[in-house]
Write a protein that binds this ligand. Structure first.
Ligand code: ADP
Ligand code: MG
Length: 388
């Protein structure tokens, strides 16, 4: 079966001759239906150009772009407009709402290009983003976060299979970023394919997969699935635990087999392959036959350990779970999914504990250094979001 979205050696240049800018320089990748992909990379690396090609706002200089079996490079201009309005919904960093139209009219504008306008459908879209009460407000009467929610309603009013978002939270504060990511998560749960450009590492972690661009090309080694990233976390966690053991009993370092802790779930071959990959992406270095952290690897390992041990404390102290196995398996899940922000809030809620229930130290975070205290209203909020 062919992929839902397939790019084959797609190139896009601006200008010609020696001054040509190759904004997208030979990109090939596929996306499955319902996948959430984060496109990341430095400014000028071609993210927006790629997204515009995916959304048929622009056509490639060469290469093929197939969406749901349609070769978009073969479509004529008017066919492209129709295809776009039926297939994709756009969310931009700058919202792009028409200033003299109300929220409702802005949403209906998207219907206009698609088919017939339908006010009740437009209201339903506003309701999905929690903005039905503000239907008659002008963009200038709405906050940035609210404007972006209207823009999301506009993107989904035609029930598109694909949502394309170009730095959708680039102009929003932390609270509104959370709201927008939650909405994108809901659209993802509805089975839509989401391709999102972002600078935000945390946002990148929400996605099933990241595609890292550099100078218009994919940095191949950095495209990993969520499962692969979890394996990396497991390996880094192992290395961290091994180092802790060695600090407690230095003799252990003589025995090369200490990595085979009881919980080890990788075969030797898998371990070797993972270490090779982690070395390749600069998280681990092998010195005298022993795996060691690079500074980047150590930071990532510290964060995994911190999430794991804080989760253990949370289950034990707040949720009163006493079953060791349940605590361990829940903590193993949480160590991959907690965002740094939620992690810090849990740490704050628990009063910045120094050790996990088994006595192992919990690495400190920014919240510990700042001695943050949780405001009481935030506690219920946090607990309900964790229980979900
Ligand atoms: P990003 O979104 O990753 O910041 P862009 O896709 O906007 O990157 O841009 C990639 C490259 O293409 C940049 O060097 C940019 O200057 C160039 N570029 C983008 N759009 C145009 C255009 N319309 N005309 C000429 N050059 C462009
Ligand atoms: Mg851009």
């Amino acid at each position: 079966m062919s992929s839902f979205i397939e790019l084959i050696d797609v190139k896009k240049s601006y200008g010609s001759g020696s001054t040509a800018v190759r904004a997208v320089d030979g990109i090939s990748f596929t996306a499955s239906r319902g996948e959430w992909i984060a496109i990341m990379g430095p400014s000028g690396s071609g993210k927006t150009t790629l997204l515009n090609l995916l959304g048929c706002l622009d056509q490639a200089t060469s290469g093929a772009l197939l969406i749901d079996g349609t070769d978009t490079s073969q479509l004529r201009r008017h066919e492209l407009v129709r295809f776009r309005s039926e297939t994709v919904g756009f969310v931009f960093q700058q919202f792009h709402l028409v200033p003299h139209l109300t929220a409702l009219e802005n949403v209906m504008l998207a219907q206009f290009f698609h088919s017939m306008t339908d006010e009740s459908e437009a209201l339903r879209a506003l309701k999905q983003v929690g903005m039905e009460d503000r239907a008659s407000h002008l963009p200038s009467q709405l906050s940035g976060g609210e404007q972006q929610r209207v823009a999301i309603a506009r993107a989904l009013v035609n029930d598109p299979k694909i949502i394309l978002a170009d730095e959708p939270t680039g102009n929003l504060d932390a609270e509104n970023q959370r709201i927008v990511f939650r909405l994108l998560g809901e659209l993802h749960n509805q089975g839509r394919t989401i391709i999102m450009v972002t600078h935000d590492e945390n946002a990148g972690r929400l996605a099933d997969r990241r595609v890292n661009l550099d100078h218009g090309r994919i940095k191949e080694t950095l495209v990993f699935s969520a499962e692969e990233n979890q394996d990396f976390d497991e390996v880094l966690e192992h290395l961290w635990l091994r180092r802790e053991e060695e600090t407690v009993s230095p003799d252990a370092s003589a025995a090369p087999s200490t990595r085979h802790a009881e919980t080890m779930e990788f075969t030797d071959a898998q371990w070797r392959r993972l270490i090779a990959t982690l070395t390749g992406i600069g998280l681990v270095a092998v010195v005298d036959g022993r795996e060691q952290f690079t500074p980047a690897g150590e930071t990532r390992a510290r964060n995994v350990i911190r999430r794991h041990r804080l989760a253990e404390r949370l289950f034990m102290d707040v949720l009163s779970i006493r079953d060791e196995q349940e605590i361990e398996s829940s903590a193993c899940k949480f160590e991959h999914i907690l965002s740094p922000d939620v992690t810090d809030r849990i740490c704050t809620l628990l009063g910045h504990p120094g050790a996990c229930p088994h006595g192992s130290p919990i690495p400190v975070g920014v919240c510990c250094e700042e001695k943050r205290v949780l405001d009481p209203a935030g506690v219920a909020n946090l607990l309900s979001s964790i229980r979900k």
